[in-house]
Structures are given as structure tokens and as C-alpha cells.
Ligand binder design. Structure first.
Ligand code: MN
Length: 474
């Protein structure tokens, strides 16, 4: 199978197969664009020419199905996680080029608010947000880059507030701030499907996600140096916003409707000062509608692959994992194991809690339960789990700061926000929904009808059968 290492051929492929629909011109950027994309979520991606009359078109939803993501990677759905895992474990160094499509047009004088077609998505959002921007920065201590997607509120012509959750970019920003130095950054919009996926890897700090993008491509990723700083960006991107995060500067950001399908509150957050904008000749702007499938799957699939890798290091009996959509692709982890010891599921639960702070509820099931089918997982909980012996709870751990249930009962400070050190305090719960290794009779034998898998309906059904003659009313 072919893989799609460039954005435009992937969009062309979706269009050819009726999975990229275009709207009429002039769809309003405020709410209406996101509403249309949401209506078609998972069914089709959408191309918006001249939104609000803007010259730059917007595209949304081109990664909004698990099967499409496998297709973009050139693998079958069942090989998706292992293919991603192999790439994440075998990064390829980037290939630096001197001239790049993403720098065909250079803007030194600009107003970001009018230069780019930035949509306002949800009802209570504070305003327009860049939701599909890959934020790239170098570790001030080691020089190794990091890539993450952060929500970015456009504040003025050259200032944008950014939410930086406590992972790698946060470490870089804190390090620069301690030295009282700005952190140079690039915000890259409109990248190929595989680079988008690579940006969400749960890789160690000082593992450059662009090198994972290269591994997913099967060849080194072409990158180019920004014109106003030393950050390296994908050469084939559509749009690059170059800038820096000044130390000790904060501006109000939010509220913003996030992936848990709730709003996160308005708080003072870091600011990106924009120094320059570069883009292709006729660029395409990508927006991710928050909390919809593209948002959930871009988070969940790379996490699944990297969490699977993490768990297998300690537990070779772990066969598969899934971050369910009902768990917003982040909070509910289902783990399938080949159980060899009665105590193994609880060890796996402990390991899963530490695989990512977002993981809140873990369910461990046997190899006969498909973790990608929530009905099967619920069946295992219903019939194999007993709270008295199978429940693991740890209180007051670090969870997701975007989980609204973590805010209940916490103190708010004078600005009406929860002090940072308490944000995201969460209980974690694990359920051992495996059956015992030994049992009496058929207590845990799954009901099966001999021959059910071999039934050939074409051979046994009779389309000519005179049904009406058997069903006369009198
Ligand atoms: Mn990272």
C-alpha cells in the first residue's frame, strides 16, 4: 500500500474517494465553518474556499477516522499501532534543505488576524484560535527540538497566547525563562498526515518528533531553518509562523472548548510574539475542530502506540491497547493481556497509570476481548470484574488539567483560578476485568455455537422461498 507523505496528494486522494467535500465560498469563520466541519465529522473532510472572503482556504477533518489514518500510513488498521511503534523507536535524522516551499512567500509586515483565516470554533471561545499548529522549539540546554500541538489564541496583530501543558515544551520554556531569555519557536500549519501523527508521539524528552515523522515517511524529512530564528521546520508545510516566547510575560487566554468537550477557564498564559510569517504561494490553512474525531484520534493513536511500547518493556504479555473515544482518546485505557499470573493485571494497571498523566481509568482484559470494541470491554467488566478483589484506586495523583471533574472542591485564588500546583489532582482507577486462570466446569467458557464461524449464508439462504404462502392471515 502507498503511504501519503505530502498533504496535497492526501487531500486529492480523499477528494477522489468522496471524502473531501468543498463548501460554497464565503462561509463565515466564526462558528459556521466549525459547525459544518462538525456536521461531517468522520464522514468527510471539508474544504472551505474563500472563508469570509479570505484568499486562503481552510481544510478540516482529514484525519478523522482510524481507517483513514492507517490508509495514510500505508498499513492495514490492524498493523497501525505496530507500524507507528516501529517508527517511534527508530527515528530518522532530518534532511536540511536551503530552499523550501513553506518559505515561497515572506511577510515581515503583517497582522496575523487578517493574514490568516483563523476560525472561532465553539460558543464560549474567547475568539479565533489556531488549533492545528505544530509548535516547534529547541531545548535551550541540549538544542534538541520538540514538536507539540498547542492551542493558540490570536490576541493582536503579532501576539498570541498559548496553552503549554506540563510536558516537553513547558520544560524548555521554563529553562529559557530561568535564564531570562526568550524561547524561539515556530508554529507550523498545514503539514502532511504522517508529520501530524508524529507530532503526537509520547516520546522521551530530547527525542525530536520530526525524526519520527521521517521514520513514518520511510525517508528523512526535508526541513528548513526559519528565516528569523534557528528553529527547523518541515520544508513542505503550508504556513510557518516564526516567533518567540518572551520570559515572564503572560496574557489572558481562554475560555476555550477543549477535547473533553468542556471549556477550560481563562487564565494568564505564555505569549508568542510573532516575528515573521512565511508560506507557500497558495497556502492551505488547517483547522482541527476541538473535541471532534480528528482531535481525539490524533491524540489517541500515537499515544496508544507509544503506551503499548512502554508497557511491553515491563510486561511482554501485553498484546494491545486502546484509548477509547468515550474516554476522549486520553482518559480511558483498555489493555489486552495474555494473563499468566493472577497478580499480573494489577501490575499492568500500575504501569499504565504511569505511562501518561492523562490516563485516568484503566481496564485490563483477556486476549479473547477486543479492546477496540467498547461493547466487548463493557461485557468483560460486567462478567469478570469484582470490585472487592479487582479494583485499584490511587488518590491525589497528577491527572489531566483539562478534566473538569478534577476541579471540584479545590480552592480558587483571588483571580478565580485554581493554583497551578493543585490543577489536575485526580484519582486513578484500575479494573482487573480478566477471568481467573483456573475455574470449575464452564463457569468462564464463552458461549459458542459449533460451526458459527463457518456458516456460508449464500449457500444456506433461499431467496426464492415462497414466504407469503406460509404467512397467510386466514
Ligand atoms: Mn516531545
Amino acid at each position: 500500500m502507498n503511504k501519503f507523505t505530502q498533504l496535497r496528494p492526501w487531500l486529492a486522494h480523499l477528494a477522489k474517494t468522496n471524502r473531501l467535500l468543498a463548501t460554497k465560498k464565503n462561509v463565515p469563520l466564526k462558528h459556521e465553518l466549525a459547525a459544518i466541519a462538525k456536521k461531517l465529522d468522520g464522514k468527510s473532510s471539508v474544504f472551505f474556499p474563500n472563508p469570509d472572503g479570505h484568499a486562503i482556504p481552510v481544510v478540516s477533518g482529514f484525519m478523522s477516522s482510524r481507517s483513514w489514518i492507517a490508509e495514510a500510513m500505508g498499513v492495514s488498521e490492524s498493523d497501525l499501532l505496530s507500524a507507528y511503534r516501529v517508527a517511534a523507536d527508530n527515528p530518522l535524522p532530518c534532511h536540511l534543505v536551503q530552499e523550501a516551499p513553506c518559505q515561497e512567500v515572506v511577510h515581515q509586515e503583517f497582522d496575523v488576524r487578517t493574514l490568516l483565516p483563523v476560525p472561532t470554533h465553539s460558543e464560549h471561545d474567547s475568539g479565533p484560535y489556531i488549533t492545528a499548529g505544530l509548535v516547534i522549539a529547541k531545548n535551550p540546554k541540549t538544542g534538541v527540538q520538540n514538536v507539540s500541538i498547542n492551542r493558540i489564541q490570536v490576541n493582536s496583530k503579532d501576539r498570541m497566547a498559548v496553552l503549554i501543558l506540563p510536558r516537553h515544551l513547558h520544560v524548555f520554556q521554563q529553562a529559557a525563562e530561568e535564564m531570562n531569555q526568550p524561547l524561539p519557536v515556530a508554529v507550523v500549519i498545514g503539514v502532511d498526515p504522517l508529520t501530524l501523527l508524529a507530532s503526537q508521539a509520547i516520546a522521551p524528552i530530547d527525542s525530536d518528533e520530526l525524526e519520527i515523522a521521517g521514520a513514518l515517511h520511510g525517508t528523512s524529512l526535508d526541513v528548513v531553518k526559519c528565516l528569523s530564528n534557528d528553529v527547523i521546520v518541515p520544508a513542505n508545510a503550508e504556513i510557518v509562523i516564526e516567533g518567540h516566547i518572551p520570559p515572564k510575560v503572560r496574557e489572558l487566554e481562554g475560555p476555550f472548548g477543549e477535547y473533553p468537550k468542556y471549556y477550560s477557564s481563562q487564565e494568564k498564559r505564555q505569549v508568542i510574539v510573532v516575528d515573521m510569517v512565511t508560506h507557500r504561494k497558495d497556502p492551505i490553512f488547517h483547522t482541527i475542530v476541538p473535541a471532534e474525531l480528528e482531535h481525539l484520534l490524533l491524540g489517541s493513536i500515537p499515544r496508544e502506540a507509544t503506551i503499548l511500547s512502554h508497557l511491553r518493556r515491563s510486561f511482554p504479555g501485553v498484546l494491545d491497547v486502546h484509548l477509547s473515544l468515550g474516554g476522549v482518546g486520553r482518559y480511558h485505557l483498555y489493555v489486552q493481556i495474555k494473563k499468566t499470573h493472577e497478580g499480573l493485571p494489577k501490575n499492568v494497571i500500575s504501569g499504565a497509570f504511569s505511562s501518561h498523566y492523562d490516563v485516568k481509568h484503566v481496564v485490563v482484559v483477556d486476549e479473547d476481548v477486543n479492546v477496540h470494541d467498547p461493547i466487548q470491554v463493557e461485557w468483560a467488566i460486567a462478567t469478570r470484574f469484582q470490585a472487592k478483589r479487582g479494583l485499584v484506586v490511587i488518590h491525589d495523583t497528577q491527572g489531566s488539567v483539562l478534566d473538569p471533574s478534577t476541579t471540584v472542591g479545590l480552592p480558587f485564588d483571588k483571580d478565580g483560578v485554581i493554583p497551578a500546583q493543585f490543577q489536575g489532582m485526580s484519582s486513578k482507577m484500575g479494573l482487573d476485568a480478566t477471568k481467573p486462570l483456573t475455574y470449575e466446569g464452564h463457569v468462564f467458557t464463552k458461549v459458542k455455537i459449533p460451526g458459527e464461524d463457518a456458516v456460508n449464508l449464500d449457500a444456506v439462504l433461499d431467496p426464492q422461498f415462497p414466504m407469503a404462502s406460509y404467512l397467510k392471515s386466514n
